[in-house]
Design a protein. Sequence first.
Length: 639
Amino acid sequence: MKKWYGGVLILGLALILVLRYSFMEREPKKQSADDFFNNHSTSNSSPKGEKGGTPAEIVGKKHQSTMKRPHLIDVEGLSDLYTLTNISAEESKVLLVWAEMRSLLSRSDALPETAQGIKEAAIAWKELLFTLDKERNLQSTEVGNSSYIREDKDCTYSVAAFNTMISSSGNILEVPCGLVEDSSITIIGIPGGQKGTFRIELIGSQSADDPKPPILLYYDVILPGDNLTKDPAIVQNTWTNEAGWGKEERCPNHRSRNIGKVDGLVKCQEQVVRSTLEDNSNASNPSGDKSTNVSHGSAHVSANFPFAEGSPFTATLWVGVEGFHVTVNGRHETSFAYREKLEPWLVSGVRVAGGLDVVSALAKGLPVSEDLDLAADVEHLKAPPLPKKNLVLLVGVFSSGNNFERRMALRRSWMQYEAVRSGDVAVRFFIGLHKSRQVNFELWREARAYSDIQLMPFVDYYSLLSLKTIAICILGTKILQAKYVMKTDDDAFVRIDEVLSSLNGKAADGLLYGLISFESVPHRDKDNKWYISVEEWPHASYPPWAHGPGYVISRDIAQFIVRGHQKRDLKLFKLEDVAMGIWAQQFEKHGHKVQYINDERFYNAGCESNYILAHYQNPRMVLCLWETLQKEHKPNCCE
């Protein structure tokens, strides 16, 4: 009897061990970076001694049960973007990569803002086609198109309102073509005490499906109450229909002294304050100071708070590289970093509310295109015809629709290098559609005049920049035959001669050349412009990548990127320069060698002597750098 019980016990324990081992085998393994960015490989070759494909293919097979390959989906508005009726063969040159990107935009794993960017672009595209048809019809009549051109060419340098009456919506200024770097809005006003507060807002373009336009900057001023019973403050924030209110930023900030900087300026200017209970404080503490720091409590008001009831003020809001800045009566008071999808080119108007009498408002430094009818050097600046021979280098320049002045500065400076004019190097601007009809019409006319613009089938949101990177690779490999592909920005000065010289002697395969970051980690702060969630990138660090203002890749890497995305074997990633590093790492893991060539003459922020590339150069500085090179034959900076 005991032997029988012992046998049953042994069998039971064996069964438990078998079941436990089975469940352990089913547990998913920890996902590596290779698994995360490769669903499966398309390579047909296998290393010696390995059956069933390359290591990446084997990994892909192991994870087929847990990872679904991205598929194509229907996206609202996408079909409208591919309605190319009444576009001539000559005009279609602005759309060379347009058709090649359709499958990229239909991916089920698309970047977060892709659907919105396509939907808004479809509306903009319809408006542009209608405008172009109207232009053609008017050109064919006796009336001619001169009055029509004036009607639509209303991207003006400045707009103003004096002794303005605030509209029922609160609007005091309409900004026709958005803001660009160094644009400014100046308001002269007198605060009233009835409501104890007033606010100034930068509003964006309103979409058809949105009940209210987004607020790119909410600047709320809280005045001290009667008898100084309330702390004055400036509150800054943003608002969208999708996300609601963002994270509030308050000045003075009683809770934190480490409030960061924007373009090198503090977010909140230090305030000197005095106690509201001054008499009681002096009576109980005769030796106590009347001045105190903002972090010592809330029972005080600012002695130099810039706004006061009944006192006129002049406030200027200006656009920087990283954010909005406000000066009041000549003193910098606040700075506010741009937030995702709320960039200055989207601003369509200025709105006020509350207790504020507006004396005047002026917006200047607004984007405006050159008058092509008056420009004498159009033919000189026009991109040369593409040669039948292979290119040495394709340079893709990221630009936004209303950055007219930046593009003209590049055409008149480093795009005049002999290598560019001879056709050995091609330079093309990659630009998404704008939400403004005027901007898109002027952009189309510019593209026809200079033949150096490639339009993208989406609205130009920052989070979609990686799509432009892929578009540059498409142009450089499938449409043009370029040995190298370079990416840069429209606020960068590039010494093309030195880039070509530096590429001589370097490998033509597996090259990533620029200012390389070998050790970097993802930003996990949701308010950071470069925020990346754990879902987007689950790892503690990034692979090596080259800073976005300028880098060069070899043709084989560009081809790998194009094939990988069109076959949906590579994941999309919204930080375009980091994405290039991730894709280069995948290229390496497919059995190829990558040469990371670091060159500190690619300056990421500013200019230093002996530069190859200088970033953050406004149009005036770009032209100055070119003139300096022509006169001094030395790469000296202009700051």
